[in-house]
Design a protein around this ligand. Structure first.
Ligand code: GCW
Length: 656
């Protein structure tokens, strides 16, 4: 809470009245009364700012006349309602313009929003409200079109309510949901332009496709539809067999294909605009076509045909998003970061036109820093979409303040956004009152949505926008806090795994360091020692042409750049090269000195951020949110120190 708020005229008047009351009655102690009133008003203000409203903290301006929302509003009803409730600039005309490009975009001219589709009007309404809140000139003409048709969240939510890699409480969807919360979720997503959601974990339960759960999905789809959000489901490839309906899950078995067709029809009957399936197959123990010596294309095509046969006429067919996060099956023993290309490159061109390959931004697994995945250089005849991880599995979970937009922008600087068909983000949303666990983790949901709409926005622009909407538009706060956000990713890389180190996390939960990690019974590619390969003389993974040759999976200019130790960016040095401790870095320091410098720099940056928040930003932020962030920053500092100390101690012990 801002200190000056205590002296608002309203509050003064209130205090004054209380005083008069005291004079008349002489019954109670004035000091006590004032104190309790003060505490009450403080409590009320504090309660109002618990983060639940996200970036949508608009104050109703027109509560007297907003058109009432029916229980089953249309998209245009929603747009009108938002504007009538929150827009201060007068009546807004919503108009469908059939001459506009056939996408979800919109145009704003003064107080007119035009769009080709209803959902464009809703997006235009949110844009207008955002611009109003940010103080953008009202009459400016403005038009905006999404870069991708598919802008999806992926929830790794299990049907029992737990969330894989979730750090914000239990699932908002399972085992049951509060419809009002689902509406709020839909509204938040629509305000960013997110237009699809996968409701369950990619490690999917076969139960997902049984009638009771499909009925639940239908209910969610009905709530989400007017907000322009389609539902998708993750499927377990062996579902027909697991449910006891078939003897096999072989994609070439006619009985299996028939089962999926029937199931697809059943789904479309309940949800006519069903989006399609997301599939993790033959990866980390999940079943897949490989179990029957069939290819990923055989599996994906069988599902694609089923969806196509069941999609209502006149509608684009449901899609299969087939994940390329596959390792340890057909290419066991090969450098893990090469396995996706080895697996999928030979299949390029064999997929149906309603199959999209979905690949994580990096070739390993959502590490604090990775090079981009070479799939994006190698797969050219099949549509690609990128999967980003909004939930901070490897980036301090919801304990660390790490703003991910700079990392995602790094990806987009190397993989042309235009070559992608869509974008998916693994959600960080749970039942916690503030949705994301850490107030600043909301910024990652926000940034994902904004970049999914327009990947050319800068991370700085998005941070400033989010801060102004979420906390206060006071420029002193926005300038300081956005700089903190901007620096937070690099500092996380520094204190966890600088210079291209990767996957030296504690086993299983991935919070904290375990550089000596080795468990003989685990696959080697889950063990930290496999990745850093540090010994007395050297550290790093030789992925050059003299090593595993992973570099050769990149387009020629990048392959050359990464292969040569002299040109390889130092922030990826140990990803691609095995380097002696005494190696001279560009600034003249040895590799060992440089490593120590980075770990230390990471910790110092967190220390500065914690000081900034604690001492300088306190008065800009309401008490509850300030204190919750403050507490987490303290935790983050302790964790950063642990990373530095454990890693440096371990690496130094090797050199003795
Ligand atoms: O990042 C790893 C996670 C797993 C996850 C897997 C995947 C859903 O540690 O929890 O499983 O990736 O992306 O499939």
């Amino acid at each position: 809470m801002k200190n000056e708020e205590f002296a608002t005229p309203k509050r003064k008047k209130f205090m004054h009245q209380s005083l008069k009351f005291k004079e008349k009655s002489y019954l109670c102690n004035m000091k006590q009364l004032l104190l309790s009133l003060f505490i009450m008003s403080l409590a009320l203000t504090v309660q109002a700012e618990d983060g639940h409203q996200l970036w949508l903290r608009y104050q109703p301006v027109n509560t007297s006349h907003p058109s009432p929302l029916t229980s089953n509003p249309s998209t245009v009803d929603l747009a009108r309602h938002e504007l009538e409730t929150y827009y201060t600039g007068g009546n807004v005309t919503l108009s469908i313009d059939a001459t506009m490009p056939d996408d979800d975009g919109f145009r704003i001219d003064g107080n007119t929003i035009a769009a080709r589709r209803d959902v464009g009007l809703l997006y235009g309404a949110y844009a207008l409200l955002r611009r109003q809140a940010l103080g953008a000139p009202a009459a400016a003409s403005y038009s905006s079109h999404p870069a991708y048709a598919l802008r999806l969240l992926n929830h790794w939510d299990n049907l029992d309510g737990t969330i894989e890699r979730g750090y914000a409480g239990r699932s908002i969807f399972w085992p049951a949901a509060d419809p009002q919360l689902i509406r709020e979720y839909a509204r938040a997503n629509a305000s960013l332009g997110i237009n699809g959601t996968v409701l369950n974990n990619v490690n999917a339960s076969p139960q997902m496709l049984t009638v009771p759960y499909l009925k639940q999905v239908q209910a969610y789809a009905d709530i989400l539809r007017p907000y322009g959000i389609k539902v998708f489901l993750s499927i377990n490839f062996a579902t027909p067999m697991a449910l006891g309906d078939t003897k096999t899950a072989d994609p070439l078995s006619p009985a299996v294909a028939r089962w999926w067709k029937k199931k697809a029809h059943e789904i479309y009957k309940l949800i006519p605009d069903f989006g399609g399936f997301l599939v993790k197959a033959n990866s980390e123990g999940q079943p897949g076509p490989g179990d029957y010596h069939r290819s990923h294309a055989d599996g994906a095509n069988m599902l694609a045909d089923a969806l196509k046969s069941a999609t209502p006429k006149g509608q684009a067919p449901g899609i299969v998003m087939w994940r390329c996060f596959v390792y340890g099956a057909n290419h066991k023993g090969e450098d893990r970061v090469k396995q996706a290309v080895s697996e999928f490159k030979p299949l390029d061109g064999q997929f149906r036109d309603n199959v999209i390959l979905q690949t994580k931004n990096g070739p390993l697994d959502f590490q604090p820093r990775e090079p981009y995945s070479p799939i994006f250089d190698q797969i050219s005849q099949t549509p690609n979409m990128v999967e980003l991880q909004i939930t901070q599995e490897y980036l301090g979970q919801s304990r660390h303040l790490v703003y991910l937009a700079p990392m995602w922008k790094e990806f987009f600087s190397l993989v042309n956004p235009q070559q992608l068909k869509g974008i998916a983000g693994v959600a960080n949303i749970g039942l916690d009152r503030n949705w994301c666990g850490h107030h600043f983790s909301q910024a990652n949901w926000y940034a994902f949505g904004r970049l999914a709409w327009d990947p050319s926005l800068t991370s700085q622009q998005i941070a400033r926008e989010w801060l102004a909407l979420t906390f206060t538009s006071d420029s002193r706060f926005v300038a300081a806090a956005s700089q903190m956000m901007e620096e937070s990713h690099e500092s996380c890389v520094d204190y966890m795994m600088p210079l291209g180190l990767h996957h030296i996390f504690k086993f299983d939960h991935h919070y904290g360091p375990e550089p000596d990690g080795f468990i003989a019974s685990y696959p080697l590619e889950w063990c930290p020692v496999y990745y850093h390969k540090a010994n007395r003389d050297s550290i790093g993974f030789n992925r050059t042409t003299t090593g595993t040759d992973a570099v050769s999976q990149y387009r020629p200019d990048m392959a050359r750049l990464y292969n040569d130790i002299a040109t390889c960016p130092e922030n990826l040095l140990l990803w691609f090269h095995r380097v002696p401790w005494s190696y001279r870095m560009k600034d003249g320091s040895t590799l060992w000195q440089s490593l120590q410098y980075h770990y230390q720099r990471g910790v110092i940056t967190v220390e500065q951020h914690q000081n900034l928040w604690h001492n300088k930003l306190r008065n800009f932020v309401d008490q509850q949110r300030w204190a919750e962030v403050d507490e987490r920053l303290r935790d983050q500092l302790a964790s950063a120190q642990e990373w530095r100390d454990v890693c440096l101690k371990y690496f130094s012990s090797l050199q003795q």
